[in-house]
Design a protein around this ligand. Structure first.
Ligand code: NI
Length: 254
């Protein structure tokens, strides 16, 4: 079920059977000469939208701008500074919680978002604690490539040149969903360099075409489809388990 294609009575009815909602979250940033600027928000959206066709889960609109300051040396990148991102994540979660959603699951598509999302969770938990909110309120962050079996599949599909940015796996996922937007280029070097992530000028100087350690020519729509199917299965299972979590973990003594 997609929130943006639902009505308020439908969401009210959904709340009668579930208090869990999934928010795809990513970033709009350069992904090398052939990766789409939307790659990091498209991947979690593609997986979540696929999953909701096979299970009764609710998917919120995609949070498609994240913490991408280091990519601002490349045209098309849009970034929030961490403090703005924390504030925006907070208001998304507060809005959903105000309707009665108790379990908010963020499916993330950008490694550079992780620290800021975790900081936003700490802010929200602090509010909950100061207000002595009742039991049951929980936030969860999962990178789509960390869903069960997905990273192992990607390593089998791309044993060399997977890298960490503009990877063949994330580009394959977008190729599967948007075959009309597949791009080609000649890569030099074939496998991009690796190195630290600092500010935008340093990033562009180190990573001339925007890739980090990757060889995206290996991406195919078929491999992307395999990744989406496995990730969607894992997402459905994790959302079910998250929604069923007891409010209090059993006390084991000690
Ligand atoms: Ni990416």
């Amino acid at each position: 079920m997609l929130l943006h294609l639902s009505t308020w009575p439908e969401i009210e009815a959904f709340l009668g059977r579930s208090k869990t909602v999934v928010v795809p979250i990513g970033s709009n940033e350069q992904h090398g000469p052939t990766g789409l600027l939307g790659t990091d928000w498209l991947c979690p959206e593609i997986i979540a939208h696929h999953a909701q066709k096979e299970a009764d889960i609710l998917i919120a609109p995609t949070f498609n701008i994240g913490m991408a300051q280091h990519h601002l040396g490349f045209p098309g990148t849009i970034s929030l500074r961490p403090s703005t991102f924390i504030a925006a994540i907070g208001d998304w979660a507060r809005s959903l919680a105000a309707h009665g959603f108790e379990k908010i699951y963020f499916l993330n598509g950008h490694g550079g978002n992780v620290a800021t999302i975790e900081a936003a969770f700490s802010e929200l938990y602090a509010e909950a604690s100061f207000a002595r909110r009742p039991l049951g309120y929980a936030l969860k962050l999962r990178n789509w490539w960390d869903l069960p079996g997905v990273d192992a599949l990607a390593r089998r599909q791309f044993p060399t040149g997977h890298g960490s940015h503009a990877t063949p796996s994330e580009i394959a996922v977008t190729q599967w969903a948007y075959p009309d937007a597949i791009k080609t280029a000649n890569y030099a070097p074939q496998i991009a360099p690796t190195g630290p992530i600092r500010e935008a000028s340093d990033f562009r100087a180190r990573f001339a075409d925007g890739r980090m350690g990757s060889d995206p020519i290996q991406a195919t729509p078929e491999k992307g489809g395999e990744l989406v199917a496995l990730a969607a299965k894992g997402l459905i299972e994790e959302v079910a388990a998250f929604g069923a979590e007891p409010a209090v973990a059993p006390y084991l003594g000690g």
